[in-house]
Design a protein around this ligand. Structure first.
Ligand code: NAP
Length: 467
C-alpha cells in the first residue's frame, strides 16, 4: 500500500493527528523513534488500521510514501526537530516536503526554511490540543505557497470547520504560521488569566462557591463571551472530587511551556504593546513563586479580602471580561500587524481571526465579528472598529468598576488592569510623554519637538544641568 502522506512522532499530538488523517480517508505511513510505540499505535487503531502503514526504519518509512512526499514532524520543538530533519533529509528528493507541526519558535522556522536544500520545508502551527488533533485542529501554515497548496487538501480535510469553512490557512512565508500560532498562545494565556481573575473576584471578593461560579460562567457562555475557554472554565468550576469542588484542591502554581513568553519577547522586539498578554505571562511566573507568596502573606497579611456588599456585581464582571477580551485581541492583532511589516509577510488579518474560530483553544463567537471588523477596516485597530468601539463604550465602565474594586480591596487583577490602562492611554490625545521627553533632554540632551514651534532636536532651558 502506498501512503499519501507520512508522519513522524506518535506522541500525544502525532498519534491523534495520524488517526485524524486516516479517518479522512488518506493512507498514512508512520514512524516513531521507539518502534514498539509504532506497532502499538497500529494495533490500537481499530477500523483505521487498514489506512496506516507502520514502519520501523526511516528508509522503510520514506519508501512507503508516494513521491513527491509530504512528511509531518510531530516531535518536541527545538533541537529534536533539527536532528530529525538531519536524519531524514538524506532519504528525500528535492520535491519532498517536511512539515514541522510542533510548537517551533518562528525564528527557528525562518532558519529551517532558509536552510532547506534538497527538500522543501513548511512550518505549521497546530492548535486544539489532543482533542483538536484527533477531531479537527486549527492549522496555521507558513512557507512557500505552492508547498502549502500541495498539502492543503489533507490539512483542510483534517482541520476544524467553521460553518463548513476549514480552519486551515496559509499565513505567509517562512515562520509566519508559527508566529501566528505563538500569538494565538499569547492570547490564550491572556484569555485564561482574565477568566482566572474574574473567578478570583467571585471566589474571594464575592464569596461564591465554585459551583455557583460555574453557573455564572455557563450563563456567560450563551452571550457575547461564548467560547471554549469560558465553557471549560464553567465545567472545571462545577467538577467535584471526593465530595469537594475540584478547583478548591488544585495547587495554585500555573505551568507553561514558553510560547506565551516568546510572544512577549517578540512584542518587545517589535515595540508593539501587548500589556494584557505580558500581564498574563507575568502572572504565571508569579504563581510559580509559591514560597515567596506565602512569605509575603506572613509579613503583609492575607490578601485578597472580601468586597463590601454591592462593590461589584456579576453583570459588571461580565462587562469587564468582554472589555478585557476585546482589548487583549486588539493588542494581539496590532502585534501581528507590526510583525507583518517587520518581516514583510503581508499577514491576512481577517483570515487569522477566521482560522481561530474553530478547533483551537481560543475559539469563540467573538472571532467571527473580529474577522468582519478586520475585513471592513484593514489598517484600523480593532478598538476603533465601530462594532467593537460600541462594545467597549458599553463594557469599559464595568471593567473600571471591577479594577477599581480590586485595587481598593487587594484583589490582584493584573491582566484586566493592564487592559484598562492601555485603553485609557489609547484614548488620550495629550499624554504625559512630554515629561519623559523633558527628562531625557535634561539628563541626556536627547532633544524634543515642540507643539508651538517647528523642528526636531530642540532643547529646554536647563543647559547648565545637562551632563
Ligand atoms: N500536547 C499538546 O496539547 C500540544 C498542542 C499543540 C502543539 N504541541 C506541540 O506538538 C509537538 C509534540 O507534542 P506532544 O505533546 O505530542 O509530545 P509527546 O507526547 O511528548 O511526544 C513526543 C514525540 O516525539 C518523539 N521524540 C521525542 N524525542 C525525540 C527524539 N530525540 N528523536 C525523535 N523522536 C523523538 C517521541 O517518540 P518516543 O515515543 O520515542 O518517545 C514522541 O513520539 C511539540 O512541539 C508540542 O509543543 C503540543
Amino acid at each position: 500500500m502506498a501512503a499519501q502522506i507520512g508522519l513522524i512522532g506518535l506522541g500525544t499530538m502525532g498519534a491523534m493527528l495520524a488517526l485524524n488523517i486516516a479517518e479522512k480517508g488518506f493512507q498514512i505511513a508512520v514512524w516513531n523513534r521507539t518502534t514498539a510505540v509504532t506497532h502499538q499505535f497500529k494495533a490500537e487503531a481499530g477500523a483505521l488500521a487498514g489506512q496506516i502503514v507502520a514502519t520501523e526504519t526511516l528508509a522503510e518509512f520514506v519508501a512507503a510514501i508516494t513521491p513527491p512526499r509530504s512528511i509531518i514532524l510531530m516531535v518536541p520543538a527545538g533541537p529534536v526537530v533539527d536532528d530529525q530533519i538531519a536524519a531524514l533529509k538524506g532519504h528525500l528528493g528535492p520535491d519532498d516536503l517536511i512539515i514541522d507541526a510542533g510548537n517551533a519558535n518562528f525564528h527557528d522556522t525562518n532558519r529551517r526554511s532558509a536552510a532547506a536544500s534538497g527538500y522543501r520545508f513548511l512550518g505549521m502551527g497546530v492548535s486544539g490540543g489532543e482533542e483538536g488533533a484527533r477531531h479537527g485542529p486549527s492549522i496555521m501554515g507558513g512557507g512557500a505557497r505552492e508547498d502549502w497548496d500541495r498539502v492543503a487538501p489533507v490539512l483542510e480535510a483534517i482541520s476544524a470547520k467553521y460553518e463548513g469553512t476549514p480552519c486551515a490557512t496559509w499565513m505567509g512565508p517562512g515562520g509566519a504560521g508559527h508566529f501566528v500560532k505563538a500569538v494565538h498562545n499569547g492570547i490564550e494565556y491572556a484569555d485564561m488569566q482574565m477568566i482566572a481573575e474574574i473567578y478570583g473576584v467571585m471566589r474571594d471578593g464575592l464569596g461564591m462557591e465554585a459551583a455557583a461560579i460555574g453557573d455564572v460562567l455557563d450563563g456567560w457562555n450563551k452571550g457575547p463571551l461564548q467560547s471554549y475557554l469560558i465553557e471549560i472554565s464553567a465545567a472545571v468550576s462545577k467538577a467535584v472530587d471526593g465530595g469537594k469542588p475540584m478547583l478548591d484542591v488544585i495547587l495554585d502554581k500555573a505551568g507553561q511551556k514558553g510560547t506565551g513568553r516568546w510572544t512577549v519577547i517578540e512584542a518587545q522586539q517589535l515595540s508593539a504593546p501587548i500589556p494584557v498578554i505580558e500581564a498574563a505571562v507575568m502572572a504565571r511566573n508569579v504563581s510559580a513563586r509559591l514560597e515567596e507568596r506565602q512569605a509575603g502573606e506572613a509579613v503583609f497579611g492575607a490578601a485578597p479580602v472580601a468586597l463590601p456588599a454591592g462593590a461589584v456585581t456579576v453583570a459588571q464582571l461580565e462587562q469587564a471580561m468582554i472589555a478585557g477580551k476585546i482589548l487583549c485581541y486588539a493588542q494581539g492583532f496590532a502585534l501581528i500587524v507590526a510583525a507583518s511589516a517587520e518581516f514583510g509577510w503581508d499577514l491576512p488579518l481577517p483570515d487569522i481571526a477566521r482560522v481561530w474560530r474553530e478547533g483551537c483553544i481560543i475559539r469563540s463567537s467573538m472571532l467571527n465579528d473580529m474577522a468582519t471588523a478586520l475585513e471592513q477596516g484593514p489598517g484600523r485597530g480593532l478598538m476603533l472598529a465601530p462594532f467593537f468601539a460600541d462594545h467597549l463604550k458599553a463594557a469599559t465602565p464595568g471593567l473600571r468598576a471591577v479594577v477599581s474594586a480590586g485595587a481598593a480591596h487587594g484583589l490582584p487583577l493584573p491582566a484586566l488592569s493592564a487592559g484598562l490602562a492601555w485603553f485609557d492611554m489609547m484614548r488620550t490625545g495629550r499624554s504625559t510623554a512630554n515629561m519623559i521627553q523633558a527628562q531625557r533632554d535634561f539628563f541626556g540632551a536627547h532633544g524634543f519637538e515642540r507643539l508651538d514651534q517647528a523642528g526636531k532636536g530642540l532643547h529646554g532651558p536647563w543647559g547648565g544641568h545637562m551632563v
